[in-house]
Design a protein around this ligand. Structure first.
Ligand code: DGY
Length: 348
């Protein structure tokens, strides 16, 4: 089945090249910004559109994007592309819809889209469970020092100390207070899962108190300062906005408990990473677990990579095959709806 799909995609591409189908086609033109997205989404778009795929499994270089977007009616993009005025100008007036295969949309200039009447769709909801799962995994990996402990097995540390009552001890979720910054879908999913770990208190901050948070989670709405002061674990799950950029800075870390652990699965730009480094190396906070960084990818020799009390992951919150396939299909459906003049499934 998979081989048939790949042969079909390749044959289409070959035909287009040989007979210059592109210029003959009256179908709407869509650019997909990389080639390693789930085939079902590619096939869906190809069934109704003239699709150009950037042929590499890596982010499209900026000049390629600007060149290829010209005359397109739709763009299928990812968080790795900045979709802004420059792109819209390169595309020209034909561009109708942008589908981003992500829940986050800080890489898309929505104000500029509105001004130009370009529709934008994203993929919320479908990645909630995968990202909440990963957040809990990162919490446990950081609090129970899983990566450090694993290294002890391979670097001879375990052989040297055999076993010790205080060796490789971490911190328990049981009986702790967890503070969630941003109790949206993912924050809620994290809180629901943490109940099973016998967390004592869940507090959250954000724009407003939520009834279901109290009813279903017994979670308390508190101001951010209070959350930072009370929590043993501070988990950032909020969307990045111009207002909360680098909100986790020196002052914020100083308000946290000395034994506190900071987790971020939202966006790297929420954090001032120099301030975090200082907080982690001077005992202001105990540890951090980050699935999102600034920049991404983080340079291999970045100072945060040197810290044993900082667990780093390469932005894999939604990385399960099922979730990524659903996200890709939803992106394709958003684009098709926009091209057909129908409401997008997930409009922004
Ligand atoms: C998103 O969708 O915004 C995630 O960060 C990437 O899957």
């Amino acid at each position: 089945m998979l081989i048939r799909k790949i042969v079909f995609i390749r044959a289409q591409t070959l035909l287009k090249k040989q007979f210059n189908f592109k210029s003959m086609s009256t179908l709407p033109k869509v650019l997909i910004t990389r080639n390693d997205i789930p085939e079902d989404a590619i096939l869906l778009l190809q069934s109704k559109c003239d699709v150009e795929i950037y042929g590499k499994p890596s982010p499209i270089p900026r000049d390629e994007l600007l060149k290829r977007v010209k005359g397109k009616n739709g763009i299928f993009c990812l968080i790795t592309e900045k979709i802004n005025q420059e792109v819209f100008e390169a595309a020209g007036s034909t561009l109708k819809v942008v589908g981003t295969m992500s829940a986050g949309y800080d890489h898309v200039d929505l104000t500029e889209c509105k001004k130009r009447g370009i529709l934008v769709g994203n993929t919320p909801d479908v990645l909630t469970d995968a990202t909440a799962e990963l957040t809990v995994a990162l919490l446990l990996a950081t609090s129970r020092r899983l990566f450090e402990a694993n290294q002890q097995v391979t670097n001879g540390g375990w052989v040297k100390c055999a076993w010790g009552p205080l060796w490789m001890c971490g911190q328990s979720l049981q009986g702790s207070t967890v503070g969630i910054i941003g109790l949206g879908r993912i924050g809620f999913g994290v809180a629901e899962r943490l109940k099973a770990f016998k967390v004592k208190n869940i507090v959250y901050s954000g724009n407003r108190a939520k009834v279901e948070a109290m009813e279903k989670l017994n979670a308390k709405f508190v101001p951010l300062d209070e959350l930072l002061k009370q929590s043993d674990f501070v988990v950032a799950c909020c969307a990045l906005t111009p207002e909360n950029k680098v909100m986790m800075n020196k002052e914020a870390f100083k308000k946290m408990k000395k034994n506190a652990i900071f987790i971020n699965t939202s966006r790297g730009a929420l954090v001032n990473q120099d301030d975090l480094y200082e907080a982690l190396t001077t005992g202001v906070i105990h540890a951090a677990g980050l699935d999102v960084l600034d920049p991404e990818p983080l340079p291999v020799d970045h100072k945060l990579t040197k810290l044993p009390n900082c667990v780093l992951l390469p932005h894999i919150g939604s990385a399960t095959i099922e979730t990524r396939t659903t996200m890709a299909l939803l992106t394709a459906k958003n684009i098709l709806a926009g091209l057909e003049g129908k409401p997008l499934l997930c409009p922004l």
